[in-house]
Write a protein of this length. Structure first.
Length: 224
């Protein structure tokens, strides 16, 4: 079975194991929504205090109630670790690490690069890697794709890469991770298709990058 069809089946049946790297204002709500939708989710963060809090069901993010977090942790739907080796058994990986502005007012992508270094030893056929961190144009094609494809992985057939810019508004009682319109673009048409299918399992409105809609302009991009 082609890897595209295999990953599609896992996503549609929600048997895919999903990893979220970076458990802050973007990553933790995303991980919880995935868990609530029925996926097995592994959160990865290099901050041991965040990992410990999640494992105890204690939220440090205002938009994630502790009772909801505790529910998905106790059910086994969500766990957390600092060990990147768990990626060997994951089907999807969302990179949600911070990209603070540097002195020249450009995004500092060092955390993205560190994440890719952690991912590389565990890349396998059938995996999808999605970058959500705010960054400059070209990061996905120029940095993420070379890091995960190597020499024996064909993009869009063996491995899938996409970019879906984080769209969060912390503390907003009306718009949250689930209902803010999401736009996604893949490194190939096949990557776009698979990434859009993935997000449509747990978000209300998902648009491929080629789809133009005024609704996307009605929500600000707020990055953390």
């Amino acid at each position: 079975m082609p890897q595209e069809n295999n990953l599609k089946e896992k996503i549609e049946t929600r048997t895919a194991v999903c990893a979220v790297i970076g458990l802050g204002y973007v990553g933790l709500p995303l991980a919880v929504e995935l868990a609530l939708a029925g996926f097995k989710v592994i959160g990865i963060d290099n901050d041991p205090t965040k990992v410990a809090s999640i494992l105890k069901g204690e939220s440090y993010i205002p938009d994630v109630p502790s009772d909801v977090l505790k529910k998905v942790v106790e059910s086994g739907a969500l766990t957390a670790t600092s060990d990147f080796s768990v990626l060997s058994n994951c089907d999807t990986v969302n990179i949600c690490v911070p990209t603070p502005l540097n002195k020249t007012r450009d995004p500092d992508i060092s955390f993205i690069i560190d994440s890719l270094e952690g991912i590389k030893p565990h890349v396998h056929s059938g995996m999808m890697v999605i970058l959500e961190s705010t960054t400059y144009p070209g990061t996905t094609d120029e940095i993420v794709v070379p890091a995960v494809t190597g020499t024996d992985m064909e993009l869009g057939r063996d491995i899938f890469v996409a970019f879906s810019p984080e769209r969060v508004d912390p503390g907003n009682p009306t718009f949250n991770t689930r209902n803010i319109p999401k736009v996604v673009g893949g490194a190939t048409p096949e990557c776009t298709k698979i990434a859009a299918l993935f997000y449509r399992q747990f978000l209300e409105k998902v648009y491929r990058s080629e789809e133009h809609t005024s609704e996307l302009q009605s929500h600000s991009f707020i990055s953390y």
